[in-house]
Design a protein around this ligand. Sequence first.
Ligand SMILES: *[C@@H]1O[C@H](CO)[C@@H](O)[C@H](O)[C@H]1NC(C)=O
Ligand SMILES: *[C@@H]1O[C@H](CO)[C@@H](O)[C@H](O)[C@H]1NC(C)=O
Ligand SMILES: *[C@@H]1O[C@H](CO)[C@@H](O)[C@H](O)[C@H]1NC(C)=O
Ligand SMILES: *[C@@H]1O[C@H](CO)[C@@H](O)[C@H](O)[C@H]1NC(C)=O
Ligand SMILES: *[C@@H]1O[C@H](CO)[C@@H](O)[C@H](O)[C@H]1NC(C)=O
Ligand SMILES: *[C@@H]1O[C@H](CO)[C@@H](O)[C@H](O)[C@H]1NC(C)=O
Ligand SMILES: *[C@@H]1O[C@H](CO)[C@@H](O)[C@H](O)[C@H]1NC(C)=O
Length: 574
Amino acid sequence: MEGRMPRFAPFLILLALSGFVLLIRNITSMEKLNCQTMSAFYQIQSSIHSAFKTPEALLSVELNHTYCAHLGQEPTAEEAREESDLLNSISWPGPLVPGLPLRLSSDPAQSYFVIRGPAEQQEGGQLLVDIYMLNFMGQPKKHGGDFLVARLHSPDLGAGVVGQVHDHRNGSYTVLFPLLWAGVVQVDLTMVHPSEAVVVLKRLREEQPDRVFFKSVFRSGFLSETTVCNLCLPHKEQPLCNFTDLQTGEPWYCYKPKMLGCDTRINHSKGGYKKNLLTKTEAQFFQSGVNIKVPIHSSGMDNVTVLPAEKGETKMKSNKFTPAGYYYHHSWRPLSGTVMRQFNDSSAITQCLKGKIIYMFGDSTVRQWFEYLNAFVPELKEVNLHSPKNVGPYMAVDSGHSILLSYRCHGPPIRFTSVSSPEMHYVANELDRIRGGSDTVVLVGIWSHFSTFPVEVYIRRLRHIRRAVVRLLDREPATLVVIRTANLQKLDPESSLFNSDWFSQQQDVVLRAMFRGVNVQMLDAWEMTLAHHHPHLLHPPPTIIKNMVDLILSHICPVREKREAPSKRLKHDP
Ligand SMILES: *[C@@H]1O[C@H](CO)[C@@H](O)[C@H](O)[C@H]1NC(C)=O
Ligand SMILES: *[C@@H]1O[C@H](CO)[C@@H](O)[C@H](O)[C@H]1NC(C)=O
Ligand SMILES: *[C@@H]1O[C@H](CO)[C@@H](O)[C@H](O)[C@H]1NC(C)=O
Ligand SMILES: *[C@@H]1O[C@H](CO)[C@@H](O)[C@H](O)[C@H]1NC(C)=O
Ligand SMILES: *[C@@H]1O[C@H](CO)[C@@H](O)[C@H](O)[C@H]1NC(C)=O
Ligand SMILES: *[C@@H]1O[C@H](CO)[C@@H](O)[C@H](O)[C@H]1NC(C)=O
Ligand SMILES: *[C@@H]1O[C@H](CO)[C@@H](O)[C@H](O)[C@H]1NC(C)=O
């Protein structure tokens, strides 16, 4: 030990000095140094990737296209079966031969739709619309897989509902719309991506799960290093820090800093987005105004007149598509049986939330609810936790009415600017720390930051959250748990590769299926953004947020509460 000291001392002094000099000279330049270190590490990581990728024989077991998915806790046999069922349920049809030229790919401008049936139809019925996809040469497409979304709306009535798209896998599609109100209804169809682009997105999801990468700062004294982090990192060449969560088994790794120990990690943040992910041919399938979110027009009429239903005929038949709800007079009307209440003034909200503890967990789309309530209800006072802007955690209280509102982001992967290491918590672990009960409301929304990973990663995360939700509901069945689904967003050629609605749609299907049969309320952000006239945004506008919050409050304080409450209470009385 003593013999080592003289060898290390000058080195350490030098390091400490250079750190000190950098720190006092200019803090920004130190950040730059960190960035350089980061990109150097990143290049090494990429080169490891390509080294393994080129000759097929060199593909190690850990480095195949699912290498990210199978780290962490093993699913039970039942969960493994569920996973394979889920993956089957989201399998996507498409061209069998990838690499079709642009001219043979779907052209929304030449494609068209035809409304089936007469120009006047009956409320309570179902409108059928056929879509015929053509390529850029004007020829009918012969295969399916285009990602299409559909909405039926009446602008004058502030009404809108989503349609269900059926892919016949031969270039034609049929959309089902429920006819829920009387008046003139217009059909609005959009091609989000041609099938040729979906093939590319699929490839990226499997082969480039690190196309958004992350970094962490490690610091001790004057020393500071930044390294690349992710759910999984090739570790053959470089030592790793293993930050796998011991409770859930959720994996997380960073490259080990050269000088510092793994326990000196201080924060986590988005590292960046990889560039040059597409070949020239592939890039042609991602052109704004050409084949990303382009409307498909009608070959004839694009609207029908819905006549008011005769009495007793409004009930929807079971073989029809039933959406989660629809807008009418700009207000969301759920079809699940929940009666929607409007909370137009803050005192009504205060009244509803009296004595409640509301926990919000997830990404920034859940944070929007915190922000809305915090801004709208003056009695709610935000507690200054000195949290970074847009990151949290956040807390607001109304001590007069015993209301506690809190928000915390989900664990990595999360693309926030900078989350300090002690604040990185997994939702499942947070749920395990909640007592629960009839005065507890738990809101969870987790989707957007998983879009770049294989779906198995999302399934695993939801599995852990679901287990914790089930434990919570076992402890305290009266706890209200609301799960938010994904929503649509604005897409351009670049954002499509990271955040496409196609990724979100796949996650959305998985999320719904995984929470089916669990006593939670689903908040259908997918339909609430698709049915609305506002252009799609990652962070939906205030008018949609108000509808979402009103829906949550309608679950917390249902209109039937007064009649049902006494019998409910009895059960809990000793
Ligand atoms: C620090 O460096 C940046 C960029 O090199 C420069 O713009 C800034 O003025 C410097 N600040 C100080 C306090 O020297
Ligand atoms: C990829 O790796 C996982 C985990 O090691 C393994 O279960 C799976 O069979 C592999 N897949 C292929 C296609 O090699
Ligand atoms: C495509 O499939 C649908 C449903 O099976 C069928 O009605 C339609 O005629 C087919 N279209 C073509 C062009 O084959
Ligand atoms: C990381 O730690 C977890 C939990 O201790 C362990 O299961 C996993 O094998 C470790 N990963 C590696 C690559 O060593
Ligand atoms: C409905 O379609 C008809 C025929 O295409 C058109 O003349 C009319 O303006 C449309 N009505 C509305 C409200 O868009
Ligand atoms: C809330 O405001 C909307 C829009 O201004 C209005 O249509 C609705 O009747 C109001 N509801 C209540 C309960 O005040
Ligand atoms: C991480 O922590 C360091 C040191 O406190 C700070 O300078 C930096 O802004 C934080 N965030 C990121 C993204 O590096």
